[in-house]
Design a protein around this ligand. Structure first.
Ligand code: SF4
Length: 703
């Protein structure tokens, strides 16, 4: 009999509600949930084809184990698989200490999965070596929010898109990466043409079609641009002195710094017209409300934290924060990168927006978990973690729901590390990912449509994810795998102590986790599965007794810092790590396409989603194609300091001369020689650990 189950889309951070039409074991269709406040029934091409993806032939169905490198894996049963994993991890920890093992997890896990892995790493193993692919996605925004506003809490709501008079979209091709929100912006602009939209992006993307002004800056020059805008706001007296004096600190140092960023100086750095900069400053300075939206163009940078803070400075200087239509609003890349941040799924964090380096925070979590102490040695961020694997410092690695052999920068380094690691566990729904080939133990996990739990979207809205059909083969839920392993490891490492892992369903994980948010900035201790079922998705904070969540933060102008004031951050502009040179004269940018998702393990199984772009290709400005004496469609060799790739070249007017673009999605399955990350660099932001995935110097030659 056919039924409908309400759930949430598993792709981007918009977090659209979906209605799954299914029978006992097959999903037949997906439509947008008209009652979900993230999308009110809208879906993009990816969400509306969810039921056509996830080819059963691509799924991991049974545990598979090999007892030596170079051997083929063979099917085993869950008990043997988990006992083996517990024995190897347990022995490694006993012989080499807790920091000799690590977990690398995913922004596509549900909050309950994340929480189970965090408690496993911190409470059972005793290591902070747990990082997530959110490190590649939002960690610069985390630093930006924390150092400027005091907590990693995006203050805005999607309704601010309609309410804002002036929107700055910077480092985001929202039309492709967050399509349902972009449709909302299109509609808002058509109803109110006076709404001003500024797009800052080195490429003239589809998002620019809605822009009143497009600033095509040189890659990586955002900090100079933002300081230049602030300098003009100050000079023209478009700042809010009262707000600055009463609710912020650090303005004088910043004012003195940005004085150097004159329009002409900034125009020279950014490669733009100084008059366009003045026009943008005027739009922001004179608009009653001002909203900024950003994504990977700001975050995936060796200066990602500085970019985030420089943007937040504009809101603090104008007092345009905590009001309808105003505030800094990061667009989350992955469906539950927010849930990962909430549960502490970066090596430097702990559950409830706590810090692993803060003794009081560690003591609070240890006390809540009923254990003596949490580890105080710093954990490794993603790039550091894989470098430590390659150096032999980490000897057992557990990877869940992510594909680092394709998605991490400098793919050769990452694959060397995976090949050298004595024991690699890969917990995955799809057996086809590039990382699976490195698994000594492959554990089949359930996927979208088969899992229960919660996710948090970009506007802090917690939504239920519900299963419609059972998982295929012997696949298990991610949280259940983590909990099973944790219980077995407890018996190995702490046989005389009571278990802290008595979880038998995701709701018990959710209930324990929400207790750790109590009295924190993200307090959603008042939320429960029952309330989410009754009220629908809710934005945190959601305190006990609340009737609804909180649409906007900082309306009271009180920030979660020691003195209640926000902070201006004065970072100088720094150039990108890898400059163009005679040998590598072009700058490569990477990013998403409209109809594909990450490494294509799901979207790559639906023919319909190849209708937009059907193959990997490198885009160049037509003038560069002429200069290099190439022609459209010709195969070229693309070379960086780290690797080579052969691709067809296409002319693309979106790109400025000297720049190139390759989509992030294609990997070994579709492109011989690996994907774009053969070329990208492992440089990362020292504050956030986020890699500079969007800039690498390359050269192009005919094959
Ligand atoms: Fe899914 Fe994002 Fe598309 Fe919404 S906008 S349907 S969340 S991919």
């Amino acid at each position: 009999m056919r039924r409908t189950t309400a759930s949430t889309c598993c792709y981007c951070g918009v977090g659209c509600g979906v209605l799954i039409e299914h029978d006992a074991d097959t999903i037949h269709g997906v439509t947008g949930d008209p009652a979900h406040p993230a999308n009110y029934g809208r879906l993009c091409s990816k969400g509306s084809t969810l039921h056509k993806t996830g080819d059963p032939a691509a799924r991991a169905l049974y545990p598979e184990l090999r007892l030596g490198k170079g051997m083929a894996r063979s099917r085993t049963d869950w008990d043997t698989a988990m006992q083996h994993a517990a024995r190897v991890f347990g022995q490694t920890i006993t012989d080499f200490g807790p920091d000799s093992v690590a977990f690398y997890i995913s922004g596509q896990l549900l909050t309950e999965d994340y929480y189970a892995f965090n408690k496993l790493a911190r409470a059972v193993v005793g290591t902070n070596n747990i990082d997530s692919n959110s490190r590649l996605c939002m960690s610069s925004a985390v630093v930006g929010y924390k150092q400027s506003l005091g907590a990693d809490s995006p203050p805005c709501s999607y309704e601010d898109i309609e309410q804002s008079d002036c929107l700055l979209i910077i480092g985001s091709n929202m039309a492709y990466a967050h399509p349902v929100l972009f449709r909302r912006l299109e509609q808002a602009k058509s109803l109110d043409p006076a709404k001003r939209i500024i797009v800052v992006d080195p490429r003239r993307t589809a998002t620019c079609e809605l822009a009143d002004v497009h600033l095509g800056i040189q890659p990586g020059t955002d900090v100079a641009l933002l300081h230049g805008i602030l300098n003009l706001l100050i000079q023209q007296d478009w700042i809010d002195e009262t707000f600055i004096q009463t609710h912020t600190g650090g303005f004088d140092a910043l004012q003195s710094l940005v004085g150097e960023y004159t329009p002409e100086h900034v125009a020279g750095i950014c490669g733009i017209d100084p008059e366009a900069l003045r026009q943008v400053a005027q739009m922001i300075g004179t608009a009653p409300s001002f909203l900024s939206l950003w994504c990977m163009g700001m975050n995936q940078s060796s200066a990602g934290s500085a970019k985030n803070s420089a943007l937040i400075n504009l809101h603090l200087a104008t007092g345009k924060i905590g009001k309808p239509g105003s505030g800094p609003f990061s667009l989350t890349g992955q469906p539950n990168a927010m849930g990962g941040r909430e549960t502490g799924s970066l090596s430097n964090l702990l559950p409830g927006h706590r810090d692993a380096t803060n003794a009081k925070d560690r003591a609070e979590v240890a006390d809540y978990w009923g254990i003596e102490a949490l580890p105080d040695s710093p954990g490794l961020s993603a790039i550091e973690l894989f470098e430590a694997v390659r150096r032999g410092k980490i000897k057992a690695l557990w990877i869940a729901c992510t594909n680092p052999a394709q998605s991490m920068p400098d793919q050769t380094l990452i694959r060397e590390a995976l090949a050298l690691c004595p024991f690699v566990v890969v917990q995955e729904a799809f057996a086809t990912t590039e990382t699976c080939q490195f698994a000594d133990l492959l554990l089949p996990a359930s996927s979208w449509g088969e899992k229960n739990g919660t996710v948090t979207n970009s506007e802090r809205r917690v939504s239920r994810v519900r299963s419609a059909i059972p998982a295929p083969g012997e696949a298990r839920a991610d949280w259940a795998i983590a909990c099973d392993f944790a219980q077995r490891l407890e018996k190995q490492l702490k046989p005389d102590q009571p278990s802290v892992f008595g979880f038998h369903q995701p709701q018990t994980l959710f209930d324990e986790f929400r207790g750790l948010t109590a009295k924190r900035d993200l307090d959603y201790s008042g939320l429960s599965y029952q309330l989410l079922d009754a009220l629908g998705p809710q934005q945190w904070p959601f305190l006990p007794g609340a009737e609804r969540g909180t649409a906007r933060l900082y309306a009271d102008k009180l920030f979660p810092t020691i003195d209640g004031r926000a902070r201006f951050i004065a970072d100088t502009y720094k150039t990108v790590k890898e400059q163009q040179s005679t040998d590598y004269p072009l700058i490569l940018n990477t990013g998403r396409l409209r109809d594909q998702w990450h490494g294509m393990s799901r979207t790559g199984t639906a023919a319909q989603l190849f209708g937009h772009v059907d193959q990997a290709q490198i885009s160049l400005n037509p003038a560069d194609i002429d200069r290099l004496e190439l022609h459209d469609g010709q195969l070229v060799r693309v070379t960086s300091r780290r690797g080579k790739l052969v691709l067809p070249v296409v002319a693309d007017e979106q790109l400025q001369a000297g720049q190139a673009y390759i989509p992030m999605h294609w990997g070994d399955r579709f492109l011989r020689g690996g994907g774009v990350n053969v070329l990208t660099q492992p440089a990362f932001d020292p504050m956030s650990g986020q890699p500079e995935l969007k800039q690498a110097a390359i050269r192009i030659e005919p094959v």
